[in-house]
Design a protein around this ligand. Sequence first.
Ligand code: IPD
Ligand code: CA
Ligand code: CA
Ligand code: CA
Length: 266
Amino acid sequence: MARSALLNVMVQAAIKAGKSLGRDFGEVQNLQVSVKGPGDFVSNADRKAEKIVKDELLKARPTYGFLGEESEEIKGTDGAHRWIVDPLDGTTNFLHGIPMFAVSIALERNNEIVAGVVFNPATDELYTAERGGGAFLNDRRLRVGARRVLSDSVIACGVPHLGRGNHGKFLVELRHVMGEVAGIRRMGAASLDLAYVAAGRFDGYWETALSAWDIAAGILLIREAGGYVSDWEGGSSILETGSVVAGNEYIQKALLEVAKRPIPAR
Ligand code: IPD
Ligand code: CA
Ligand code: CA
Ligand code: CA
């Protein structure tokens, strides 16, 4: 597996930030935790990790734009390129000592995601993809799962934060999907949900009310692993709408159809 120089920069940034998160993991009593909104936490672990990633990326490409969850967006003079970064995806897991969190870094060129890295420092799993070059977990090439029917499939989802997203709508989606599938999972880190679909661990995944930094890298992982990702309408406005439906060509289509069934009349 040959990585481009740019992907190497992204990998180094993710590993460096991951080491910082690894040092803070399990040290919640020493972190300054604050609340951004209902059920939405942040701590100095997130901010330290973001600074590390930002410094590394902008040192390598000072003219690129930078969109990160925990700092002001930098527009960049380049115009064509933008980094999209979640320094700690799965903050709630992280603060609860659950080793299911990741650094997520994507590179966008002319509004298309061309490279992505998702790194879980707790499991040492590094997911990488470049457009046209395939997706990898560490050195192993990834391929989405081969199951063709929902009744054989394990499907991941996300529960909207308190006060964000529409809980009533989510419950209807869940009711439809859980009636058709072999199992449902909720891991709490959107970037890893997508990476697990790319790795064939999950057969599909859907979630709404996400932000670009949660999903930008994971979308490319799935596409490069031969999978399909769309927004809630089946279109490609995933980053703009924050809604995502993913799987192989059969499961993605089936999930989109089932999750969108109308609310049953009482
Ligand atoms: C969250 C996670 C979670 C998803 C939330 C996101 P954060 O990101 O990806 O799985 O359900 O909507 O906000 O805040 O932990 O970076
Ligand atoms: Ca957050
Ligand atoms: Ca996130
Ligand atoms: Ca985050």
